[in-house]
Design a binder for this molecule. Structure first.
Ligand code: SF4
Length: 491
């Protein structure tokens, strides 16, 4: 059954739409099997912190070059939005964008008084002001818990503003309390963009492939060139115009199936753009499959085989050397769902023994409904099981507990807040924010060289561990990491 319904203003949350969970402790194999037969979430009787869907929706709208974003809520809800403005500037050269436009972020600054009398008038005036001050080609309105609780009719205000200003004004329903799975915020942003920006295609362009991603380096221009195509990135560094034409592309690929699950399905089901039926290309075996699937989809299978053969001849010798060097070392991974699985792929390919993982949530199936997109199943199939597999929505106390008892040779991560715990415990820790860095055959060389470097240069973390104060008590460190899962604490 389709999970896409663009007639509705808000997207369904992930836990209802695709049965995503945020609590699990076991092994990867068990999680894959459970995902096929009806996965049940486990709740926590204690929780340290959670991400917010608003910030995820922001991350997919703030980086649109000619847009403006209005956070409709108390000003504090907009405080995390600057983080993406920073990322946007720092990463723009990776994308070949030398002078990114200034970010335009506004807040309606709802006060206690507004929660009594309503915030719609304030929102209407903020949209007008955002457009007037910036000349943006679209305004994205992000809802927050306060706006949701008082029941402002955000959709109507946006529709009226759109008629008045003559530009798309996109209501994005991403209140933090709507979902325990904060990636629902990505879906909410894509839902709004698909409803208001993407035009119904009048033609199909064989030379453009949509790439749903964050802000990673542009590896795709080179990869697509032999196929006579170029990437259309969704959404960081895009423009309102480039998004409008996303429905004309020949295909959609993803850098992370968790990120693009919903948008990939929307583009396929509502705009006729086929989504590549393959998990992203991490590890040799999956990169082979990915290029083959791309060749088949574009009806250019011979080109795919040529690309695979050339790249393998170039990179496999170095990958083998790195595998020899790293073989037998142990790795622990922490990252968002599918990207965490990708890091487990990379570690498997590089000969590292994966001894555990703390992954922020789990999607048993993506919106496409295709099992070929299941990166964890593919990882288990290609490189074997992963023990100590913890689904924990950034519960740092669980990560510290697991790292303290497992003590891997290296921690592989993509989020700074989690990586520091490895360093504090004296574990060499590698943080790579560019999600494309380890992609493809060349990515294994990139990533493998960094891992080897981090393991060899461990003096800093060893010294840090001697002076770092661990805020967690011995009592907690002696408990099992899943002590508080499913009402634990009574065990
Ligand atoms: S969870 Fe709610 S109150 Fe907190 S930042 Fe997100 S929208 Fe604002």
């Amino acid at each position: 059954m389709s999970t896409v319904n663009l007639a509705l203003p808000a997207v369904q949350v992930r836990e209802i739409r695709i049965n995503s969970i945020t609590g699990y402790q076991g092994d990867a194999d068990g999680l894959v099997a459970a995902s096929r037969r009806g996965l049940k979430d486990k709740s926590r009787s204690f929780s340290q912190c959670l991400g917010c869907a608003t910030s995820k929706a922001a991350c997919m709208t703030i980086l649109i070059q000619d847009g403006a974003v209005v956070s409709h809520g108390p000003v504090g809800c907009a405080s995390c939005l600057h983080e993406f403005a920073f990322t946007y500037r720092v990463n723009s050269p990776l994308r070949g964008v030398e002078s990114p436009a200034r970010r335009r972020i506004f807040s309606t600054n709802l006060t206690e008084r507004d929660t009594v009398y309503g915030g719609s008038a304030k929102l209407a005036s903020a949209i007008r002001e955002a457009r007037g001050r910036t000349g943006a080609n679209a305004v994205f309105v992000l809802t927050t818990c306060a706006a949701g609780i008082i029941g402002d009719d955000v959709e109507s205000v946006c529709d009226q503003a759109e008629a008045e200003l003559g530009i798309p004004v996109v209501a994005i329903f991403c209140e933090g309390f709507r979902s325990k799975v904060w990636t629902t915020g990505f879906d909410a942003a894509y839902h709004g963009i698909a409803r208001k920006l993407i035009a119904k295609p009048e033609r199909r362009r064989g030379d453009v492939i949509n790439v749903i991603n964050f802000w990673g380096a542009d590896v795709f221009s080179d990869w697509f060139a032999p196929f006579g195509a170029k990437p259309n990135f969704i959404t960081p560094y895009s423009t309102v115009g480039s998004l409008r034409h996303a429905g004309e592309s020949a295909a959609t690929v993803q850098a992370c199936s968790t990120l693009g699950s919903y948008m990939g399905a929307v583009l396929e089901q509502d705009f006729g753009v086929p989504e590549l039926p393959a998990a992203p290309p991490y590890g040799v075996a999956q990169t082979d499959r990915w290029f083959r699937a791309l060749g088949k989809l574009l009806d250019k299978e011979e080109i795919a085989e040529k690309v695979i053969a050339e790249k393998k001849a170039k990179y496999l010798p170095r990958i083998r050397e790195l595998r020899e060097k790293l073989s037998g070392r142990t790795a622990y991974v922490t990252a968002g769902a599918a990207h965490g699985h990708a890091l487990l792929d990379i570690s498997g390919e590089l000969g590292l023994k994966a001894v555990g993982a703390a992954i922020f949530h789990h999607d048993p199936i993506f919106d496409s409904g295709r099992e070929e997109n299941d990166q964890l199943a593919q990882r288990v199939g290609d490189y074997g099981n992963v023990p100590n597999f913890n689904v924990c929505n950034k519960q740092e106390f669980e990560l510290v507990n697991a790292l303290n008892r497992i003590r891997p040779d290296v921690l592989l991560a993509r989020h700074g807040g989690m990586t520091l715990w490895g360093a504090k415990l004296g574990i060499p820790s590698l943080l790579v924010g560019d999600e494309h860095y380890g992609m493809g055959y060349e990515g294994l060389v990139n990533y493998g060289e960094r891992v080897a470097e981090v393991i060899e240069n461990d003096e800093f973390v060893r010294n840090l561990a001697k002076h770092a104060i661990n805020p967690y008590t011995r009592w907690w460190l002696e408990r099992d990491p899943d002590y508080f899962l499913a009402g634990g604490g009574a065990k």
